[in-house]
Write a protein that binds this ligand. Structure first.
Ligand code: SF4
Ligand code: SF4
Length: 377
């Protein structure tokens, strides 16, 4: 019996996915816009995105899987109401984007997609070629998901399901299976005249609707940027220390977001959601690992999270942070020393001049010296 969309949807549901869609493995309709985005350098330091082999694979899915005929995409909700806004927005706490509150989603989705792929092969009754992806392949998955009827792409560049918002993970199976029918593409956009997300972005990271300049985005800087955070941007980061949800939170479609019933994505304490900044500033490699083991935060390691916490402390401007920031002027990481110097300057202003002059005198790293010179300049 041929595999039907109904059977596929039922299996997706049995595996715990919240929704799914099937589309032919054709080039993504947003490919041209993506190539323009790369040409303009808006991917920042995510250089892998501009690599020729990845661009080639994005152009033609058969570069990934020569027999590719279809894409089976799934969505899994991760939204949880764990803490009140006043706790999340407390400047004494460092805020973590909602997708990272639970366990690392890659493994959770991959395991189920592998089971899904096995079932597809059994149902097909013959050998088929398949590849499972969660966020890692050169696939423009939001665009393909729109083609598979799973939602529209909002002006905030997220895939939005009109009845569940955008707080869900996407995964996919690229397959050599061909189907008799496919899901209808979703309407291209349902944003209408709304511009809430564009106006709410604290760093003005949208040069135009549907275009996000990563180089200006808090999410990019706190997660992907391995180096120094642009001094002119730091003051707009508020208390975000890992990611940013603002342009999703303000979206009117978000009111339909369903709370996840996926235990793996539920945080088990406030430290996974909005830890105290002082705890992060004082952390060492061991305490960092203990706090964030097996969560998406683990990937950026202690150095970058402390860098981000210094930025948040510079926005908090509270004397409680001062002793911790002074201690961080002696951290083994130049990145941390430089950002701690900025936070001290923001907190103590001219009263930090002696501390910063001393740092400048003993400092070997040219970038840290440059930071201090700019502050005292
Ligand atoms: Fe702006 Fe935050 Fe959205 Fe990035 S994630 S575009 S910083 S609102
Ligand atoms: Fe579209 Fe408004 Fe949502 Fe932005 S906030 S994605 S403009 S509906």
């Amino acid at each position: 019996m041929p595999l039907t969309l109904t059977a596929i949807r039922r299996r997706a549901q049995d595996l715990g996915f919240n929704f799914c869609g099937v589309t032919p493995a054709e080039p993504s309709p947003t490919l041209a816009a993506y190539l323009r985005w790369i040409q303009q350098g808006m991917q920042g330091d995510m250089r892998y995105m501009a690599r020729t082999d990845r661009v080639r694979r994005r152009r033609d899915l058969r570069e990934i899987l020569p027999k590719a005929k279809s894409l089976i995409l799934v969505g899994l909700d991760y939204y949880a109401r764990y803490a009140e806004d006043e706790v999340l927005e407390d400047p004494a706490r460092g805020r973590i984007a909602a997708y990272a509150w639970g366990l690392d989603y890659h493994r959770v989705l991959e395991l189920r997609l592998e089971q899904f792929a096995e079932w597809l092969a059994e149902e097909a009754g013959r050998e088929i070629a398949q590849k499972v992806y969660v966020d890692t392949g050169a696939i423009l998955e939001r665009s393909h998901a729109q083609q598979a009827g799973m939602g529209f792409i909002g002006k905030n560049t997220m895939l939005i399901h009109p009845r569940r918002g955008s707080y869900f993970f996407i995964g996919e199976i690229l397959s050599s299976l061909e189907f008799d029918d496919y899901d209808e593409p979703h309407r291209e956009s349902m944003c209408g005249t709304c511009t809430r997300c564009l106006g709410a972005c604290p760093t003005d990271a949208f040069p135009a609707p549907f275009v996000l300049d990563s180089r200006l985005c808090i999410s990019y800087h706190t997660i992907e940027n391995k180096g120094w955070i642009d001094r002119d941007l730091r003051g707009q980061f508020g208390n975000w220390i890992f990611g940013c949800d603002i342009c999703q939170d303000v979206c009117p479609f978000q009111r339909f977001a369903e709370e996840t019933d996926e235990v793996a994505f539920l945080p088990f304490d406030l430290d996974r959601v909005a830890p105290k900044l002082t705890d992060i500033l004082m952390s060492n490699d061991d305490t960092f690992r203990a706090m964030f083991r097996r969560t998406p935060v683990e990937r950026i390691k202690r150095e970058r999270l402390v860098r981000n916490a210094c930025v948040a402390a510079g926005n908090w401007r509270n004397e409680v942070a001062i002793p911790h920031l002074i201690q961080l002027l002696y951290d083994e990481s130049a990145l941390v020393r430089g950002h701690a110097a900025w936070a001290l300057w923001r907190t103590m202003e001219l009263d930090s001049a002696k501390l910063l002059t001393d740092l400048h005198r003993r400092e070997d790293d040219a970038r840290v010296r440059g930071e201090v010179e700019a502050l005292l300049g």
